[in-house]
Design a binder for this molecule. Sequence first.
Ligand SMILES: [Zn+2]
Length: 92
Amino acid sequence: MNRSSYSPTISIASNGDLQCVRCDHVLASDGASWKQRVNRVDEPMGLLCEVYDTGSDDVRVRRFFCPSCGTALESETVLLNEATNDDEVHAR
Ligand SMILES: [Zn+2]
C-alpha cells in the first residue's frame, strides 16, 4: 500500500488512514482525531528531567503511545487540564 509520512512515527495510507509506522496499527481514519484514540500519559515536566522542573505541577508533558505496540508517537507540552492540540490530517 502506498503511504506518505506524517511524522517519523505515523504514516498516511493512500486511503487517508493514519497508521503506526512500527506495527501498521490504524490510529485513525475518516479524518478522526488520532490523539483521542491512542494511549495518553500526562506527567509534570519535572518527572522527565530535573532541569525541566518548573516548581509546579501546572506544566505537563503529554505523551501519546500506539495502543498496539506501545511506540511513543508524539509529545506536547500543555498546561494542567488543557485540551489536546488536535492535528487535522487530510490525504492528498
Ligand atoms: Zn504500533
